[in-house]
Design a binder for this molecule. Structure first.
Ligand SMILES: *Cc1c(COP(=O)(O)O)cnc(C)c1O
Length: 355
């Protein structure tokens, strides 16, 4: 979370803008929260340049919830294509099998999820209801640097992207996307809010078994208020949208500024790792994530020492995911360049004293 956002939320905690209430105490149908929610949607649309024919839905259930909600809404019970590139798309494929014929049309499992399968090799089905990718694999640290152009590959199917862990870190080419979903908790705000951005023509085809509260048509028709939305999470995410819109790097603002900053942060860390014989990143350079940087100490017996030294310096949450091991630096939007520099300084010092 950007510190400025936490401070603003703290300052308004007991009394939002003279209303005599904190946001958590408001009716979601009152005029105050209505204004907060409408502003959040408008700011998000501006931030991500969301086209007019897409709906912005504020939902609940997280990324894993969407693994079921997307196929219930979009699959029509038919065939769906999955590109499996890491833990998250593995999970998405597995869950979708309960609702449709979910087929893996490309995978990077043979490389232990360290390379992206080239879209020209994907075995796209002629009749798929949609094609699912995870555009940034949080655990394995692989990211699509450009979204696949399915139309150019001869497919009419809409592309569904799970952009949970890099939303708002780079621009989205909406001409290539039918639906994007993501939990807000990595790059936008507190846990509890799930963002869905979906093209209008994809609504209205939900399976009968789809819960009404998870039917995109119903959610859209009710401006995300069919049932009580996660009001606090929407409010704090809205503050983050405003913070993001205010960011600048030279002439760039908003997401373009974040993209430039995130490139610089990632370059600093990867360049250091690549130049060092003491540390290693195993992901192919052309698909390395800008947000999640898994790395290993070549001598893994020093892992615990590395982590405790990092903790002493306030460098937290560096232990890698248990399925991959080693370390992982998640350098989301709110992490400033100075934070990445502090990590690199520590890594250099640790190497000097242990090499
Ligand atoms: C964190 C994450 C999720 C998690 O979803 P939740 O249900 O919100 O825990 C899904 N997909 C990706 C790519 C993630 O990084």
């Amino acid at each position: 979370m950007p510190e400025a956002v936490l401070q603003r939320a703290a300052a308004e905690m007991l009394d939002w803008q003279g209303s005599g209430m904190g946001v958590m105490e408001m009716s979601h149908r009152g005029k105050e929260f209505g204004a907060i929610c409408a502003q959040a949607e408008a700011d998000l649309r501006q931030l991500l340049a969301v086209p007019e024919d897409f709906h912005v839905l504020f939902m609940q259930g997280g990324g894993l919830g969407e693994n079921a909600i997307v196929p219930m809404n979009l699959s029509r019970g038919g065939q769906v294509d999955f590109v499996v590139t890491g833990s998250w798309s593995v999970k998405s494929h597995k869950e979708a099998q309960r609702y449709c014929q979910a087929k893996v049309i490309a995978s990077n499992a043979d490389s232990k999820h360290t390379r992206m399968p080239d879209p020209s090799t994907w075995e796209l089905s002629a009749d798929a209801s949609y094609v699912h990718i995870c555009s940034n694999e949080t655990i394995h640290g692989v990211e699509f640097q450009t979204l696949p152009d399915l139309a150019a590959l001869g497919s009419q199917a809409p592309l569904v992207i799970d952009f949970s862990s890099h939303v708002a870190s780079r621009s989205v080419d909406w001409r290539r996307v039918g639906l994007a979903f993501g939990g807000a908790q990595k790059n936008l705000g507190p846990a509890g809010l799930t963002l869905v951005i979906v093209r209008d023509d994809l609504l209205g085809h939900a399976l009968d078994i789809c819960p009404s509260a998870f039917n995109y048509r119903t959610v859209a028709d009710n401006q995300s208020m069919y049932n009580t939305p996660p009001t606090w999470a929407i409010y704090v995410a809205g503050l983050t949208f405003q913070w993001l819109l205010q960011q600048s790097e030279g002439a760039l603002t908003g997401v373009a500024a974040m993209e430039q900053r995130n490139q610089a942060k990632a370059r600093l860390l990867y360049d250091f790792i690549d130049a060092s014989p003491f540390y290693e990143n195993k992901v192919s350079p052309d698909c390395r994530s800008r947000m999640n940087v898994p790395f290993f100490l070549v001598d893994e017996t020093r892992n615990d020492d590395f982590l405790s030294g990092a903790r002493d310096r306030g460098l937290l949450q560096l232990k890698g995911h248990k399925s991959v091991g080693g370390m992982r630096a998640s350098i989301y939007n709110a992490m400033p360049l100075e934070g990445v520099q502090a990590l690199v300084d520590y890594m250099r010092e640790f190497e000097r004293s242990h090499a």
